[in-house]
Design a protein around this ligand. Sequence first.
Ligand code: NAD
Length: 493
Amino acid sequence: MELMNFINGEWQKAEGAEFTAVLNPANGEELARVQLSKAADVDRAAAAAKAAQKHWAKVPAPKRASYLYEIGRLMKERKEQLAQVLTKEMGKVIEEGRGEVQEGIDMAFYMAGEGRRLFGETVPSELENKFAMSIRAPIGVVGLITPWNFPVAIATWKSFPAIVAGNTFLWKPATETPMMAYEMAKIFKEAGLPDGVANIVFGSGSEVGTAMIDHPDIRVISFTGSTDTGRKVAEACGRNLKKVSLEMGGKNAVIVMDDADLDLAVEGILWSAFGTAGQRCTACSRVIVHKAVKEELQSKLLERMETLTMGDGLDESVKIGPVINKQALEKIHSYIGIGQEEGARLAAGGKIMAEAPYDKGNYYAPTLFTDVTPDMRIAQEEIFGPVISMIEVGSFEEAVDVNNQVIYGLSSSIFTQDVNRVFAAQRDLDTGIVYVNAGTTGAEIHLPFGGTKGTGNGHRDSGVAALDVFTEWKSVYVDYSGKLQRAQIDNEI
Ligand code: NAD
């Protein structure tokens, strides 16, 4: 199967039509070939999106929303097929694949509801016979750049609010996971979304991503990916005075206090550290544990880690799938040497699974480092694989400090039975998302998603907050006094 760009409602061959293979990370099998597009393809898609946006902005928002209801319905109807494609191209286990598709369905229905809200404000004017209100206005053509780890959910967090708000978009999926984008293009078409509202251009970040950022008709860039790439994207958008929303890396921690339910904490850690083979932006990659329960937590964790089954995510009994590619395997593995040199103790894992039946895929053994100190690189840098760094602390205050001593600020979690600590933690943990008595993952689509510090630049995906990325506030004053009234001058308050 050759995946072509989706522009103006049609499948289009890219300039030069160069292709690259899409590989199944579970076994190396070639699943498809995807185009590597050029700047000229971005021009073509941006022109189609610009032409379509003129009409789309005038379609009443409830009508725009009706397409999202249909998109959501089609996704629901095809949930299993979509989940299978997702698991094949990305590697996450099928249960999580279904969950990710469900997230997209939820987003479709939630944002469709916004078609009848898109609330602004009406406020009293300071002058007589004058009306004042704010409305959300669409921005125009928006550019969406997404990573491979959530090939569909993140795209829905961005594209659905963009659609309902009256924008048209150009989406560049990651080259590792174009098949879900291809499936979504089919759904957009079947849902009857007018041509040019949704456009997909496949290709590399350096070619297609850069061309999008530099394109004068693309007014917003909504990016999710690593902090290194995000910084480059922000710099280029800054030069172009382009609105940019960045959702980037994380170094998320689970805090386990001395009064925690340890069995529950172990389940929360396992799910958030090893789900998606540790490749979620919200993955737990640090466990900050009170010294009074450290030994017990560690032995319970090691015991449960041994029961985790690894393999092809399509097998329902598998709990840990492969990582995305060979480079990811090497990067994860490089941190084992780094951690050991820094003085951490490798308590489990720490190896590439090179023997049958794992040799054809990209499998990494679930790994636990103990005796980690907060300044070590394995406690500071995003490893993006199934690796936990366990750090011992002596108090709640120290746990919060350690949590906050990283450049990232995406997600954090605390296991405790003490309500006072719960409230202090949600106030003091410097992350965009805080969980209590749950792991670091599991966001619901109707709340904002994103992080502080090196994780973001103040914007949020998901929830009603996403509309702030894809709309401009417009303030409207209607003077029905029939005379010139001057604000701040002709009113006597
Ligand atoms: P990445 O930064 O390598 O790539 C992300 C996207 O940016 C891809 O589509 C890529 O092609 C594109 N890109 C690369 N270079 C570019 C450039 N110079 N200009 C424009 N676009 C460019 O990230 P990845 O490896 O695909 O994803 C993993 C990263 O994403 C992790 O750091 C993870 O934490 C982060 N992530 C963050 C969130 C969040 O919401 N905070 C969610 C998921 C993933």
